[in-house]
Structures are given as C-alpha cells and as structure tokens.
Design a protein around this ligand. Structure first.
Ligand code: ATP
Length: 299
C-alpha cells in the first residue's frame, strides 16, 4: 500500500518584515502564492522509517539531508507522537523545488509528509490539528498545506486564503548556491535598525490581486528581504534588471532568496523572458503558473 502527495513551491508576493521580537522572531505580514513547481512524496507501508531522495538535474543532492535531519522524518515523527502510534513507512521524495532557494521546498515536503502519514495511517486528523502541528515544525508549513494564495501573519504561520482573481505567469531562476534564511534575516537587522515593530501591510498587494491585472500586481510586489539578499549576493540585482529587460513586468527576490521570480503578462511573455534569460547564461530557468493547490494526494 502506498500513497503519493504533491506539494508546491511558494513565492511571497508581499513580504513585510518587522523588527525582531525578544524571542528572535520577526513579525511578518506576507502574501504567499503556491506555484507550479512541485516535489512529489510517496509513502509506502513498511515496518521501520526510511527516506530516499531523488533530485532533479538542477538540484545538488548534497544540499538535502538524508537522515533524521530531513524535515520529512521530523514531520512523520511529530504526527506519530501526536497520534500515539509508531512512525513507520518508507518515504521517497522527488525534488524539483530548488533547495535553500527561498521557495519553501523543505516546508512543502513536510506538509506532504503530514498528509501522506495521516492518510496511510488512517488517522483522519482534523484540519486545525494538522495546521497546528505544521506550525510547530516551521512557519511556512501551514501555507504549504493550504496552498492557493493566502495571507500569513505572526511568523507567517497564521494563514488565511485571500481573493485572487488572476492566473499569473512566473519565471523562476534559482541560484546554483543556496542562501541561508537566518543569515538574510540577520543582515536585514543590520541594514534596517530603524525597522518598525509592525511590518509593512499587505493591503496594497491584496487590492492588486483582486483586480486580476498583471500590471497592477507588478507594481504592488514587495519584499523587505530583497535588499539584504541583494547586498549579500549583488548578482541577484543584475539578474532582476536582465529579466525585466527581456520583457518581464517585474523581478523580485523570492522570500529570503536567492531564487528570483519574474511576473510576466502572459504565457508568451513568460516564454520570451525564459528564453532571454537562458540566452544570457542562466542554466536553470523554470516557468510556472500560480496559484495552484496545497499538499494533496495524487490519484
Ligand atoms: P524557506 O523559503 O522556507 O526559508 P528555503 O526554500 O530557503 O526555505 P529549503 O529548501 O526548505 O529552504 O531548505 C532549507 C534547509 O533545510 C536546507 O538547507 C536543508 O539543509 C534543510 N532540509 C531539511 N529537509 C529538507 C528537505 N526535505 N528538502 C530540502 N531541504 C531540507
């Protein structure tokens, strides 16, 4: 008996970051969108717990932990502990989401693991409990369960679906080398000692989403982590300029980076931008639409 769950990458259309609280966390006001770049996780009934990872050509397998550090096994153990049963099953994860790329690939896998274990172990865990367990594992994981387009507040873990009238075209350019999320936040603290406690509001972005108009959305995209990410990796700034000169409406660092995403006006616009960026020497250029569903079982 086995079950396969698909989970999507996320991008942040708005990422407002407030001053770090005493516990070290930064208050966020963010709008996530799940886009069509996926990891697929298959869980097969077995006595022990095991994990096998297969990665797409553009991913360095060395970046994905194989043992207990992999968030898939942590998710399985947490749900098993909550349900009072042994954690058992053989996981196979096929990764296409860039690793340490600001697209929440690990969070997608964790959400997929929660859904797969819940189904294979016949737990029927209520949604609110699954969301609470997800939040315990990581701030982006509740959104990976919910998918679509949603606002996230708190540490980003309190998610509410929002009105999104568009079907948006994105081009994503991952970097060969990941960027550590904590390092980008530390650099934000250095560059923005004047940051207010209350993060920049997502309201203008929500208004743009509700129009369904790519130009409106392009104008409203916002990421407070873009400046620190570019300061750490100046080539990301050059990449944004290049993609916009190839026809994209707007380029933006995704989350804490280093993946850069470009909003395009149409499928043709996305193709032209992707071809232009590939011609400029970017080996990996991915095209996707959003929003797509959160972690879900494949038939
Ligand atoms: P976020 O956008 O949530 O900050 P990210 O996309 O920058 O995340 P991930 O791909 O989730 O980063 O990986 C962050 C780190 O988590 C990796 O460097 C890796 O060591 C660890 N990790 C643990 N499990 C996984 C997994 N299943 N897939 C990828 N990375 C994992």
């Amino acid at each position: 008996m086995s079950i396969t769950v698909r989970a999507a990458a996320k991008i942040n259309l708005h990422l407002g970051v407030g001053r770090a609280r005493e516990d070290g966390f930064h208050p966020l006001d963010t709008v996530y969108q799940a886009i069509g770049i996926h990891d697929d996780l298959t869980l097969t009934a077995a006595e022990g717990l095991s994990l096998d990872t297969l990665v797409a050509d553009h991913i360095d397998p060395a970046g994905v932990p194989s043992g207990a550090d992999n968030i898939v096994l942590r998710a399985a153990r947490l749900l098993a502990q909550h349900a009072g049963r042994p954690a058992a099953g053989a996981f196979e994860v096929r990764k296409d989401i860039p690793v340490a790329g600001g697209m929440a690939g690990g969070s997608a896998d964790a959400a997929a693991a929660l859904v797969a274990c819940d189904r294979l172990w016949d737990l029927e865990t209520p949604d609110d409990v699954l969301l609470a367990l997800a939040a315990e594992l990581g701030s982006d994981i509740p959104f990976s369960l919910v998918g679509g387009t949603a606002r996230g507040v708190g540490r980003g873990e309190v998610v509410t679906p929002v009105d999104d009238r568009g079907s948006w075209w994105w081009v994503a350019v991952p970097s060969p080398e990941g960027l550590s999320t904590p390092m980008v936040y530390r650099h934000f603290d250095t560059l923005r000692p004047d940051a207010t406690e209350v993060p920049a509001s997502a309201e203008p972005l929500l208004a743009a989403l509700a129009t369904g108009e790519p130009l409106q959305l392009a104008r409203a995209l916002h990421n407070d982590l873009q400046e620190p990410a570019i300061d750490l990796r100046p080539e990301l700034g050059d990449l944004i300029v290049r993609g916009e000169s190839e026809g994209a409406l707007r380029g933006l660092v995704s989350g804490s980076g280093p993946t850069v995403v470009f909003l395009c006006d149409s499928a043709d616009g996305a193709r032209a931008t992707a071809v232009g960026l590939a011609g400029a020497g970017h080996d990996v250029v991915l095209t996707a639409t959003g929003p797509v569903a959160g972690a879900h079982v494949l038939a």
